[in-house]
Design a protein around this ligand. Structure first.
Ligand code: AHR
Length: 546
């Protein structure tokens, strides 16, 4: 294809055959099946969203070695005077994570935030029941706020709506956000924090649909508790952004019903609803097929569409002018360190829990998830990679250093390069078939998967654009032709790819660069650019449009 009008292009999509059957993934994400190189047209007048960077957030839970020895390790030669790991802080500053969810996760549903504030010597050591660990409370809300300032991220705090009450949740907001003159704001000041923390984003509990959750309850009961809590919080500050707990996974028997019932109870009081999901290359999710595994970002996309539909249904029911946004505040690959000792702290401090080792294929899929989140950024405003350090994380510490796991790279690229507007792309690509036979019901589908998955962002202010490209073809290089209508790239600033011969390769402290980006020869900048994407790769191109 040299040049082509948008109408011709779309007509081509319309004629592209079997894969356009109703309900296919392709149509739902604006893709079509077509022979030859993958192609798309970039026109910045057609865009999905002005990107809210909170879409690229992360998560820090009091779990395993995430807080203790991950971000906080007094006594370590790597710690600063306050006990924060300087190597981890430096890595995070470099990443520039826009928002960090804290303190849980399952942990939050049994957490008494009062245990973690005030003089450290007076803080109780408690038995933490989500992960059967010992919690010393030496790191709490004020330490987290200081650390957020240190690494330049915004806090997203969670309430305990499991064993906690609306009263303890409202007191927490008052402690964090009220300037002075009230019981809880004065307590904060007495702890040495004169200025309020001014936290804007809050989660109304965590995974309250899950029987594993402390304080788990039926949907309507949770919906009423969330509404009551939110209603009281709005007295303190009506402008806070409050996120209700949605379903913790599409495999839950109450999936979508939970979300509908919760929202029927609290729609008017909340701003967003949460989605969670973890993925894996397992017999029941993929049948052990990497080709199926690399399509799992499209399962994420389907979940987003389904929850979106529930929100819109309740909006219609309520005749509400308010459109809820989605908070995909836990997502990642997690399937190896998921049972036995990997999830049981055996009543120790900072046990080794959920320490998933990530390989190349995991990193490619994480690239796919980032593409999906960006593509759905008109509706998903907040999202958090779960988690950030040591626990299912891109960063891992030992006593002397911090290691970047494979999944670090696609995440770092999205953070560095995805800026401005996410462009609405019509894409055509060759496809491969997948089969749902024998798979778990929520992922069991016969469908066509595009080999190439692409997202473009355009940053008008800085006259730059970025292209994030996943090649799911395990054997062959794939070409992607980009037709730039507006803007037109003038220079390639960077072009890197993550690939390799061994999909199961992973990094270790001894061999930290087994899975690491390498430079890729880019096409010349101009109105038509053809990228040659290596087999099984995730690639980024950063372009000047000045
Ligand atoms: O991120 C690990 C755990 O996964 C979280 O604590 C919980 O919310 C989810 O089930």
């Amino acid at each position: 294809m040299t040049t082509l009008s948008r109408r011709q292009f779309l007509a081509g999509l319309g004629a592209s055959g079997a894969a356009l059957a109703t309900g296919s993934w392709l149509t739902s994400i604006g893709y079509a099946q077509a022979a030859g190189p993958a192609r798309t047209i970039v026109n910045q007048a057609r865009y999905r969203s002005d990107l809210d960077r909170r879409l690229l957030g992360a998560f820090l839970e009091h779990l395993g070695r995430a807080v203790y020895t991950g971000v906080y390790e007094p006594g370590s030669p790597l710690a600063d005077a306050r006990g924060y790991r300087t190597d981890v802080a430096a890595a995070l500053k470099q990443l520039a994570v826009p928002i960090m969810r804290y303190p849980g996760g399952n942990f939050v549903s049994g957490y008494n935030w009062l245990d973690g504030v005030g003089p450290k010597k007076a803080r109780p050591t408690v038995l933490e029941r989500a992960w059967n660990s010992i919690e010393t409370n030496q790191f709490g809300t004020n330490e987290f706020m200081e650390w957020c300032r240190l690494v330049n991220t915004e806090p997203l705090l969670g309430f305990n709506l499991g064993t906690g009450t609306p009263e303890t949740a409202v007191a927490y907001v008052e402690y964090c956000n009220v300037d002075k003159g009230t019981k809880w704001s004065e307590l904060r000041r007495s702890h040495g924090y004169e200025q309020p923390h001014n936290v804007r984003y809050w989660c109304l509990g965590n995974e309250m649909d899950g029987p594993w959750q402390m304080g788990h309850m039926p949907a309507r009961e949770y919906g009423r508790k969330a509404r009551d809590t939110a209603h009281q919080i709005r007295v303190i500050d009506p402008s806070l952004e409050l996120i209700a707990c949605g379903s913790s996974n599409p495999i839950m028997p109450t999936y979508l019903i939970w979300d509908r019932e919760v929202l029927e109870e609290c729609y008017d009081q909340v701003d967003g609803i949460s989605l969670h999901n973890y993925y894996g290359n397992t017999p029941n999710l993929t049948g052990g097929s990497t080709a199926r595994y690399l399509a799992m970002n499209l399962d994420m996309e389907r979940q987003i569409h389904e929850i979106e539909a529930v929100c819109d249904y309740v909006q219609g029911l309520r005749k509400s002018p308010k459109r809820l946004w989605l908070s995909f505040d836990e997502w990642n690959v997690w399937y190896r360190a998921r049972s036995g000792d990997a999830v049981d702290g055996h009543r120790t401090v900072a046990p080794k829990l959920l320490e998933e080792v990530y390989n190349l294929e995991d990193a490619l899929l994480v690239g796919g998830f980032l593409n999906t989140l960006l593509r759905q950024s008109d509706r998903v405003r907040v999202a958090c990679l779960a988690q950030i350090v040591n626990v299912i994380a891109p960063l891992v510490t030992n006593e002397t250093s911090v290691l970047r796991q494979s999944i670090y790279y696609p995440y770092a690229w999205a953070l560095q390069y995805a800026r401005g507007r996410v462009i609405d792309l019509p894409v055509q690509s060759e496809t491969y078939p997948i089969s749902g036979k024998g798979l778990r019901p929520d992922v069991a589908r016969d469908d066509q998967v595009p080999f190439v998955d692409v997202v473009v962002t355009v940053d008008q202010k800085n006259a730059e654009a970025s292209v994030l490209m996943l090649n799911r073809d395990l054997e062959g290089e794939r070409e992607l032709v980009l037709e730039w209508r507006d803007p037109t790239p003038t220079r390639v600033l960077a072009c890197e790819t993550l690939t390799g011969p061994d999909l199961k390769a992973f990094n270790t402290f001894e061999a930290p660069d087994r899975v690491a980006p390498r430079k890729l020869d880019p096409p010349q900048a101009g109105a038509t650019m053809t990228f040659r994407l290596p087999p099984r790769s995730y690639t980024v191109a950063h372009l000047s449009t000045a």
